[in-house]
Design a protein. Structure first.
Length: 256
């Protein structure tokens, strides 16, 4: 079954974009606009807001099922944050349809006991009917966006906080439970054999830049690009630099 929100634009080799928590398929609109003249670009909402609890493995299955429905035989997966977790889980399956991997502002490590306790105290109150409370939204602006974006791109912050305000509280709790349960991927990074690009905002306050360095060290032959003055949502804060990096990487891959 196709997702409620789906962007499918362009012709040529396929690139599937997977968004991060709190975000949606629209966070890749400017990448799709830039790349669709040369590539078939697909972005979708990983789960509808009314979905029951799910796991990262369920999200991988959903991605592969969507590829089947859209008759995509082989593709590059570009995932940001939680979408990067999905991408690594897919790579570990050694699925022959995956020809390349783009990991943006994501990490291999699992969450520590202290982090799980902290996040649970923030997210567990979302097990309620109704929309996301403003107090929660305000708390996550500095997690998703850099300080630079807060000062210089207030319209971007306003755009996303309005979108978050329309989300059901429980849908965000379900997202949290999926990504919080991730395994420690560090011992398995050597299993990722497809060409891999790692993009990370150097001012990311949600997943610090050190995690990009760990990915780069663990994935043989990977390329790491740090984006100055950029936070967690690099596709939105610095779209031109992200677009250039994606175009260069995809252009170097053998035809698929």
């Amino acid at each position: 079954m196709k997702p409620q929100a789906l962007i499918d634009a362009g012709n040529g080799p396929a690139v599937i974009f997977c968004h991060g928590a709190l975000m949606d398929s629209s966070m890749f609109e400017r990448q799709i606009q830039a790349l669709s003249p040369r590539f078939r670009c697909i972005s979708y909402d990983l789960r509808p807001i009314t979905e029951a609890p799910y796991s990262l493995s369920d999200l991988v299955d959903g991605c592969l099922n969507l590829a089947d429905e859209l008759e995509v035989e082989r593709f590059v997966l570009a995932g940001l944050s939680m979408g990067g977790f999905l991408g690594m889980e897919l790579a570990f399956r050694q699925d022959q349809r995956l020809v390349g991997l783009i990991l943006m502002d994501t990490m291999a490590a699992d969450y520590t006991a202290n982090e799980r306790t902290l996040f649970s105290s923030i997210f567990d109150p979302l097990d309620t009917d109704g929309l996301l409370p403003k107090s929660f939204i305000d708390q996550f602006v500095p997690v998703i966006f850099s300080q630079n974006a807060e000062y210089e791109q207030p319209s971007l912050i306003e755009h996303w906080t309005k979108r978050w305000g329309s989300r059901s509280a429980r849908s965000i709790l379900n997202e949290h439970r999926a990504w919080m349960a991730k395994d420690d991927y560090r011992p398995r990074l050597a299993e990722i054999e497809v060409p891999t690009l790692i993009l990370h905002g150097r001012d990311d306050r949600g997943i610090i830049f050190h995690h990009a360095e760990v990915l780069h060290q663990g994935i043989s032959g990977s390329t790491l690009i740090g984006l100055e003055r950029a936070g967690h949502a690099i596709t939105e804060e610095t779209p031109d630099r992200v677009n250039q990096a994606l175009s260069d990487f995809l252009g170097r891959l053998p035809a698929w």
